[in-house]
Design a protein around this ligand. Structure first.
Ligand code: UD1
Ligand code: CA
Length: 460
């Protein structure tokens, strides 16, 4: 296959974002716009990938410092899209095909770009164009009576008649590398904006008698760019709709596809059901038959088959075996590892703890820095006191132990196998296996004791 160089234009200022942050660093689904473009570009396996940057350049480069294989091309002055491409080509001297993308157009599909590149077989220059209802703001595609592309006219330079044309330039193009270099070096800036227009290469190709082909995106708004925060929000919704569709294709039931946000990568088995208003972040893996209740937030979570997460639960850094039940109102923090058939109920917080098979922590508990064995029952209101103000200590609860309600386990401490802790105990030393341990003030009763009574007003 021919050599491929992708040039991503990202030097624009993005004034309308009204932000200190360079536009291409604004997040879509929690990742910079430019990251989405680079991901798509990389899937085409180009020999070279260049980013033309300018405004907020250091911030942009820093944000991608750990991403290898990018050639950064600095465009000190934004003299136009043609100038930006000229700068990139001068420093790269590419061969084969050059594909031009924009750093603020994050939703283009790989398949669309592959079709564009495939059309290079029939033309020196291939444009991605689209017919849209409202072409305002875009460059218009000029064709002759035979339908052959003749050029592109920018909105600001267009006549009344040309502005009626509804076929627009998306800005994305593929061209022979040598020809493109020749054309961009011949551009002039005698136009309404005094810029070097990349779009003028079309007329130059036509003047040389070379073929210009067009291809079209599959989805109407794949090529939408971000200029302000309203458009950013619009693209976020588009992106989320796509994520939802992909999940449904995989066999996931979404109670409302418009009320799921995916900000990362989700892997899902069959017959997963996700209720409304759920956020999935980072790397999320859901086994077959997993059910996620409404209003849940999951970040970096792996759930085995048949797990149920009930409503209003917040999970981060959690791994669960099969048929684990979580929530409602559970807060599971990083390092939580729940073995098969464990049960974590309402108002339970767990952090950095292993919970063994079939164990239950059903109500109002805090379990941190702990190792809980199998078939343990932790009663309501149990607290592992893991922090002495300076250091964290571990609590170990062995298999089949039973912790009575409202107990405090002051770590470091070990509850032996099959041990029972009486309700309301404060356990500060290890509790031996198979015995009852409790720390409780003996119960007293005062016979004949009377409650105070309210004094009557005005009485004596
Ligand atoms: C451009 C096209 C227009 C097309 C539209 C699609 C030209 C002359 N016009 O117009 O036909 O319909 O995109 O959105 O190409 N950039 C640089 N350096 C520069 C100028 C721009 O890197 O000197 C980058 C911007 O950051 C942006 C992209 O190029 O990512 C497009 O620039 P923009 O100013 O938005 O072009 P438009 O005027 O919208
Ligand atoms: Ca634009």
């Amino acid at each position: 296959m021919e050599e491929l160089t992708v040039v991503v234009l990202a030097a624009g200022q993005g004034t309308r974002m009204r932000s200190r942050r360079p536009k291409v660093l604004h997040p879509l689904a929690d990742r910079p716009l430019l990251a989405h473009v680079l991901d798509t570009a990389e899937r085409l396996q180009p020999q070279r990938l260049a980013v033309v940057y300018g405004h907020g350049g250091d911030q942009v480069r820093e944000a991608f410092a750990d991403r290898p294989g990018i050639t950064w091309v600095h465009q000190a002055e934004q003299l136009g899209t043609g100038h930006a491409v000229a700068q990139a080509l001068t420093s790269l001297e590419p061969k084969g095909t050059v594909l031009v993308l924009y750093g603020d157009v994050p939703l283009l599909r790989e398949e669309t770009l592959r079709e564009l590149l495939a059309a290079r077989a029939e033309a020196e220059l291939v444009l991605l164009t689209a017919r849209i209802d409202d072409p305002r703001g875009y460059g218009r595609i000029l064709r002759d009576e035979a339908g052959r592309v003749q050029g592109i006219v920018e909105e600001k330079d267009a006549s009344e008649a040309q502005r009626l044309i509804d076929e627009v330039n998306t800005g994305v193009l593929a061209a022979g590398a040598e020809a493109l270099a020749r054309w961009v070096n011949a551009l002039e800036r005698s136009n309404a904006q005094g810029e070097y227009y990349l779009t003028d290469v079309v007329a130059l190709a036509v003047a040389e008698g070379l073929a210009v082909a067009t291809r079209h995106p599959r989805e109407a708004d794949e090529f939408l760019g971000v200029n302000d925060r309203v458009q950013l929000a619009h693209l976020e919704r588009r992106y989320q709709r796509r994520q939802a569709q992909d999940l449904m294709q995989l066999g996931v039931t979404l109670r409302d596809p418009a009320r799921l946000d995916v900000r990362g990568r989700v892997e899902a088995g069959r017959d997963v059901v996700i209720d409304v208003d759920v956020i999935l972040e980072g790397e999320v893996v859901l086994g077959d038959g997993v059910e996620i209740g409404p209003f849940c937030h999951l970040k970096d979570v792996r759930l085995g088959p048949g797990c149920k997460v009930l409503s209003h639960s917040v999970l981060e850094g959690v791994e669960a075996g099969e048929e684990v039940s979580i929530g409602p109102f559970a807060r599971l923090r990083p390092g939580t590892n729940l073995a098969a058939r464990a049960k974590v109920g309402n108002f339970v917080e767990i952090k950095n703890a292993q919970v063994g098979e079939g164990s239950k922590i059903n109500h109002l508990s805090y379990v941190g820095d702990a190792e809980v064995g199998r078939e343990v029952n932790i009663g309501a209101g149990t607290i592992t006191c893991n922090y002495d103000g300076a250091n964290k200590h571990r609590t170990i609860i062995e298999d089949r132990a039973f912790i009575g309600s409202d107990s405090q386990l002051v770590a470091p401490v070990r509850i032996g196998e099959g041990a029972t802790i009486g309700a309301g105990s404060t356990i500060t030393r290890d509790a031996p296996p198979h015995a009852l341990t409790l720390s409780r003030v003996p119960q007293k009763t005062r016979e004949g004791w009377q409650r105070p009574v309210k004094r009557k007003k005005g009485g004596s």
